[in-house]
Structures are given as C-alpha cells and as structure tokens.
Ligand binder design. Structure first.
Ligand SMILES: [Ca+2]
Ligand SMILES: [Ca+2]
Length: 169
C-alpha cells in the first residue's frame, strides 16, 4: 500500500530536541529485513503556514521512498541541513530534526506498507532557517523494525519572508 501524509511543523515543534519516541511497540509482523530506500527527495516552497508566532513561510521537504519488506507502517524521518552548498551534508551526528515515530498507515496491519510519499513543512521565520537562503538537506527514513535508509541529499532555497519563492544562488 502506498501512503501519502502531509505534516506541517512549526518552529515550536522542531525545538523539541529530546530523544525520539520509541518506535511503536505493537507487533511488527516479523517481516522486517531490509531498510527503506529513498527514491526522491526535493526541496520546495511549502507556502504560508500558521504557527505559534503567526503566519509564516515554510520550506517543503518532499520524500518518496519504498521498503521492500513492507514494514513501513510506522516510520521515523530524520533531517539534517547545512549552509555549505556542496550537495552533501554530514549525517554522522544527531539530526537537526526528527519527525518522531508515527503510524504512517492509519489503517494498516504489519507488513503491508511498501512505501509512500511524505511531505514535511518547516517554518522559516526565526530559526532554524534564514529566509531566501540556499541549504543542503539530508533525510533518512527508519522503518518499523528500526532499519534506516541511506541518506538522500537535496539542495534548495528557503522562501522569502513574504512567502514568495526564494532566489538566492
Ligand atoms: Ca523495512
Ligand atoms: Ca553541504
């Protein structure tokens, strides 16, 4: 089953830098054997979102992935970024942000979710981003069994403060 989920994340949310919640404790179905694979990762303008500090522009991280053993019913995404635009990001340290483990397929049973599309919006105002600035991003996807994909990389520009597309080179 392919699943698409939209998540909007405000700066308030992303300030939670504590330990990620444990992956769900229910039965994984015993199918976990291979990590997910990120098929595409793109950066875009997430449009205006409303957070605690009011309406603000957001950057959109769009991830498409598959998981051949189909244990993507629960996933956890980790994100890193830097301003040294060279097409890669050091992912050896703790991620800058995590989605936290969540049930990716609301109706699913173990071993039936082969991947899908995930979109994460992160508010630009304040931290962690500067408006109209180019960044390298990295993402990994961790499946229900705790296996983590190789990182995928993408480069993109955050929107301007008025929400229009950034044009920083
Ligand atoms: Ca898997
Ligand atoms: Ca870089």
């Amino acid at each position: 089953m392919l699943v698409a989920i939209l998540i909007a994340c405000t700066p308030t949310d992303e300030k939670d830098t504590g330990e990620p919640p444990p992956l769900a404790l229910d039965d994984t179905g015993g199918c976990s054997s291979v990590p997910p694979v990120v098929d595409s990762f793109t950066i875009g303008n997430g449009g205006l979102i409303t957070g605690d500090s009011g309406e603000q522009p957001s950057v959109l991280l769009a991830i498409q992935f598959h998981d051949d053993d189909m244990d993507a019913d629960y996933i956890n995404l980790s994100y890193w970024w830097d301003e040294t635009v060279d097409g890669t990001v050091d992912t050896s340290g703790a991620p800058a942000m995590e989605s936290g483990a969540f049930k990716f397929d609301q109706d699913g049973e173990p071993c039936r979710v082969s991947g899908g599309t995930f979109e994460q919006r992160i508010g630009v105002t304040g931290n962690p981003f500067t408006a109209n600035t180019r960044y390298d991003f990295a993402v990994t996807v961790t499946d229900h069994g705790g296996l983590t994909s190789d990182p995928a990389f993408a480069t993109g520009v955050t929107p301007k403060e008025d929400g229009s597309d950034g044009d920083a080179r």
